[in-house]
Design a protein around this ligand. Structure first.
Ligand code: HXC
Length: 260
């Protein structure tokens, strides 16, 4: 299917989503958000997609935020509904069965930083810039940035970024744990694909269950979360890949996982 504001390509098990509104630095308007929502439903149901990569088109921006021109004249009710739509789409992204890597190629501001944070792993170009500049516009973040940012970098650093609206570069984002890795711009997609390939070489069910255990468990108290982990761990022993993975180790050969 053709999208107006997204590109979607499939490359050997990897689904690559490109936010594609370069004239507005890939700002997320309503139409883009609805298309992303639709595409995520398709990907969630497509077992041939093993890992997803999200990036922005052009040299300059990952996503420079929610579209300010569209928000300018919103009423309070419209603002709340816009926030709820974005929150729901990013929640769908965070809980996609497949691992999702953000390849942050440039500005990741406001809703763009929130989009990156809803991904499982963030790899940044050394030209990338991060920030939550909402307070410079008279608003708060609205796509769960006030919640995902402190969970990733801690309350103190999150509040500094939220209250000042300051932009930080990729090296600082790496230092505070907002990104996993920083690479030169020309190596960004190769680095994201290499990580995707490595993840794809592991037992697929085990990878998906790791994701579920982290996502579900982080919203529970520790006792419930470790109980959930025990169930997930037990479930692995019902898979062919557990038999294969352990047999391969004992036989000193490479495992050949089937995702069964
Ligand atoms: C709409 C945007 C935009 C945005 C950039 N553009 N960001 N349009 N919404 N978020 C447009 C510009 O208006 C301009 O259009 C074109 O993209 C190029 O941008 P420039 O500003 O000319 O580029 P530059 O001078 O290099 O500055 C880059 C920038 C700046 C620093 C990233 O564009 C910027 O500050 N953008 C806004 C960042 C921001 O505040 N994001 C948070 C939004 S609030 P024209 O037509 O003039 O060429 C948010 C809330 C999320 O995200 C939660 C909602 C519920």
């Amino acid at each position: 299917k053709e999208y107006q504001n997204l590109l979607y390509e499939f490359d050997g098990g990897i689904g690559i989503i490109t936010i594609n509104r370069p004239k507005a630095l890939n700002a997320l308007n309503g139409a883009t958000m609805r298309e992303l929502n639709e595409l995520l439903d398709v990907i969630a149901q497509d077992p041939s997609v093993k890992v997803v990569i999200i990036t922005g088109s052009g040299e300059k921006a990952f996503v420079a935020g929610a579209d300010i021109t569209e928000m300018q004249s919103m009423s309070a009710i419209e603002g709340r509904n816009w926030g709820k739509l974005g929150q729901a789409v990013f929640d769908k992204l965070e809980n996609l069965p497949q691992p999702v890597i953000a390849a942050v190629n440039g500005f990741a501001l406001g809703g763009g930083c929130e989009l990156a944070m809803a991904c499982d792993i963030r790899i940044a170009s050394d030209k990338a810039k991060f920030g939550q500049p909402e307070v410079t516009l008279g608003i708060t973040p609205g796509f769960a940035g006030t919640q995902r940012l402190p969970r990733l970098v801690g309350k103190g650093r999150a509040k500094e970024l939220l209250f000042t609206g300051d932009m930080i570069d990729a090296a600082e984002a790496y230092r505070i744990g907002l990104v996993n890795k920083v690479v030169p711009p020309e190596e960004l997609m190769a680095a994201a694909k290499a990580m995707a390939q490595k993840i794809m070489s592991r037992a697929p069910m085990a990878v998906q269950l790791c994701k579920a255990a982290v996502n579900e468990g982080m919203d529970m108290d520790l006792q419930s979360a470790v109980a959930y982990e025990a169930e997930v761990f037990g479930l692995c022993f019902a898979t062919a890949d557990q038999k294969e993975g352990m047999a391969a180790f004992v036989e000193k050969r490479k495992a050949n996982f089937t995702g069964k």
